[in-house]
Write a protein that binds this ligand. Structure first.
Ligand code: UDP
Ligand code: MG
Length: 329
């Protein structure tokens, strides 16, 4: 398992569970997976029997149009540990996870895809580090069973995301992840931000780790995300960077580049002006003068945008800008 960047102290045992809350909540977002659901449920039962702890399974039906819901209703009727949330229409995986997190009452929470590509047998291995100081463990499908058209862009996506977010994780978009419940209760997942939960958790100060998990080819049905996932994924990366890293200090982002641009512009035009004063050139036939001008204007614009951003975010400064681990009173 990759070591997280943050220090691992291992000093925080999993808190005792509430009397009526289960040890583990398994959250499964799904869209049109009727053929896979019964098998998935059986596999989960098998694994949980081995673990021997209380659990609940929360299926979130993200607007399925096949027979998924009737299948889930049957499971629910025969097993009270099964909970089912059904959306009115398809709202996306992030929305489904978000509701699943809200409903989850377990001390620990595991998410997994419904299509049998994620293996419930990985659950014990994923939750084990949570009892040893980690707050979140993200699965890593090291050996993937997906078409190349998916794995190659995905590698690129993961590489860029890891670089830009500064988190050394190989597989941001793995469906299999495990959390201590406080992580998901705090982090809001909307849009298509589910791909960035490790980043959001890391920035909030949680200790995020990674563990290699088995991955299987899709047995039934087909993937619900086309190529557009990568474009949307990158736009979401911008959103994540802006709304988390820079939201409280927009001037740091815009101001830096604004000042750099301004200095470059002043240097170019300053040089040309000196040449002009010394009579060595005339400015009318020096396009470089305009380029310098452009840099100066862009620089001023950027600094102004940053300042505007500061003024806008000042309104929100009172909101929670930190994440408390514990308070001893
Ligand atoms: N899914 C969902 N809502 C959507 C799209 C997908 O709940 O709008 C579920 C889907 O049923 C599956 C999981 O998210 O359980 C991952 O989707 P998929 O297997 O299609 O993605 P891939 O494995 O191709 O990345
Ligand atoms: Mg899948």
């Amino acid at each position: 398992m990759a070591k997280p960047k943050t220090k691992q102290s291992g000093d925080t045992p999993v808190p005792p569970q509430h009397e009526d809350s289960p040890f583990l909540s398994i959250v499964v977002p799904l869209l049109n997976e009727e053929e896979s659901l019964p098998e998935l449920y059986q596999q989960i039962l098998g694994v949980m029997k081995k673990i021997g702890k209380t659990f609940e399974v929360i299926f979130v039906d993200d607007g399925s149009t096949d027979g998924s819901f009737p299948v889930l209703r049957n499971l629910r009727e025969s097993d009270p540990r099964v909970k089912v949330v059904r959306f009115r229409r398809n709202f996306g995986k992030s929305a489904a996870l978000s509701v699943g997190f809200q409903e989850a009452r377990g001390t620990l929470i595991v998410t997994m895809d419904a299509d049998l590509q994620d293996d419930p047998a990985e659950i014990p291995g994923l939750i084990e580090p949570l009892q040893n100081g980690y707050d979140m463990i993200s699965g890593w499908k090291r050996k993937r069973h997906d078409p190349l058209s998916k794995t190659i862009p995905s590698r690129f996506f993961n590489f860029v995301t890891a670089k830009m977010t500064g988190i050394p994780i190989h597989d941001f978009n793995c469906g299999l992840k495990a959390y201590r419940s406080e992580v998901v209760k705090e982090i809001g997942v909307y849009g298509e931000l589910h791909r960035y939960i490790p980043a959001l958790a890391h920035w909030a100060g949680y200790r995020v780790g990674e563990k290699v998990v088995q991955h299987h080819p899709r047995k039934h049905g087909r993937t619900k995300f086309g190529l557009s996932r990568f474009f949307k994924g990158f736009l979401d990366l911008l959103t994540v960077l802006f709304t988390t890293r820079y939201i409280r200090r927009p001037l740091h982002l815009f101001g830096l580049w604004g000042i750099v641009s301004f200095i470059v512009g002043v240097a170019l035009d300053g040089y040309l002006s000196i040449e002009w004063i010394l009579g060595r050139t005339s400015l009318s036939n020096r396009p470089l003068f305009l380029v310098g001008f452009l840099f100066i204007i862009i620089g001023i614009q950027f600094v102004s945008i940053g300042l505007l951003g500061e003024m806008i975010t000042r309104q929100e400064r009172n909101e929670q800008a930190y994440s408390i681990r514990e308070i001893l009173k």
